[in-house]
Write a protein that binds this ligand. Structure first.
Ligand SMILES: *[C@@H]1O[C@H](CO)[C@@H](O)[C@H](O)[C@H]1NC(C)=O
Ligand SMILES: *[C@@H]1O[C@H](CO)[C@@H](O)[C@H](O)[C@H]1NC(C)=O
Ligand SMILES: *[C@@H]1O[C@H](CO)[C@@H](O)[C@H](O)[C@H]1NC(C)=O
Length: 245
């Protein structure tokens, strides 16, 4: 039986223990098989030695030693205990599939491209392509120069865990800018249908805004200049057509 996700929680089942140095415990576990079936397992140990278990697939307790087999037989004949175990399986069935579904959902990364000047390198510039808050962990971050994959002068961090199921990664490209070239960060992730491309824009938005304001100012200036010229010309023509008497 192939189990692809398993959730465990501990229960304390100390009732059949004598006091002293013995430490007994039980582990209750819900498992979802690859065929989407929920399985409820309860396993009992004493001083780490396996004693027996309840397995919802067989619907029975089983023991690992003669003594434990006797206990298991008794438990199997106890309708109230068997009922409790059936109810535990029902709990697994209601909470496990939604939990697995929530965990299997992928979360899209948020991508940021930044540029840094570096002094101690063969190259004057460094670009960093950062992917934040993605799930699952597997991701590919690749650099392209004019559409061709760049392999040299590239380094990357591991997928760093945020501690909340989400991950981040940072890929570094050291390079010497050439005019007219296009640098692209390509990201492949389960949350994307196809690889997403992020072009490096040497002129960030804030600078672009300044240029826009500058251009608007220039246009406005030209309009006034033109208006002034037309006014001047009109006056000049008037002066020619209507000479002062
Ligand atoms: C298991 O069930 C869930 C929800 O009911 C479904 O989305 C998923 O595809 C199923 N998986 C398999 C392997 O049948
Ligand atoms: C539970 O029982 C099923 C069917 O008998 C078996 O395939 C499975 O391995 C058992 N699980 C464990 C943990 O023993
Ligand atoms: C990353 O690249 C490898 C090799 O090309 C590919 O097999 C894998 O599916 C890619 N991973 C993702 C998350 O797209």
């Amino acid at each position: 039986m192939h189990v692809h996700r398993s959730f465990s929680f501990l229960c304390l089942c100390l009732s059949f223990l004598r006091a002293g140095a013995l430490f007994g415990y039980g582990v209750s576990r819900c498992q979802l098989t690859s065929t989407n079936e929920s399985v409820y397992l309860e396993q009992f140990y004493i001083n780490k030695m396996f004693l027996g278990q309840y397995n919802s697939t067989s619907g029975k307790f089983s023991g690992s030693t003669e003594k434990m087999k006797e206990i298991a037989d008794k438990l199997n004949k106890n309708p109230s205990i068997m009922n409790d175990e059936k109810r535990n399986l029902d709990k697994c069935k209601t909470f496990l599939p939604p939990a697995v579904e929530a965990l299997s959902k992928s979360v899209e990364p948020y991508i940021r491209l930044t540029s840094h000047n570096i002094v101690s390198s063969n190259h004057p510039n460094m670009l960093i392509c950062s992917a934040y808050n993605f799930y699952p962990k597997k991701i590919n971050v690749t650099w392209l120069r004019d559409g061709k994959i760049v392999t040299s002068d590239v380094s990357s961090t591991e997928e760093l865990s945020n501690g909340n199921w989400l991950y981040q990664i940072h890929s570094l490209l050291e390079y010497t800018p050439r005019s007219g070239e296009k640098i692209t960060c390509m990201v492949e992730h389960a949350s994307f249908k196809e690889p997403k491309l992020y072009d490096w824009d040497p002129m960030p938005q804030s600078q672009r805004n300044k240029v826009a304001v500058g251009t608007a100012g220039l246009v406005l200036g030209l309009v006034f200049l033109l208006a002034g010229l037309i006014y001047y010309k009109k006056n000049a023509v008037d002066r020619v057509l209507v000479p002062s008497s």
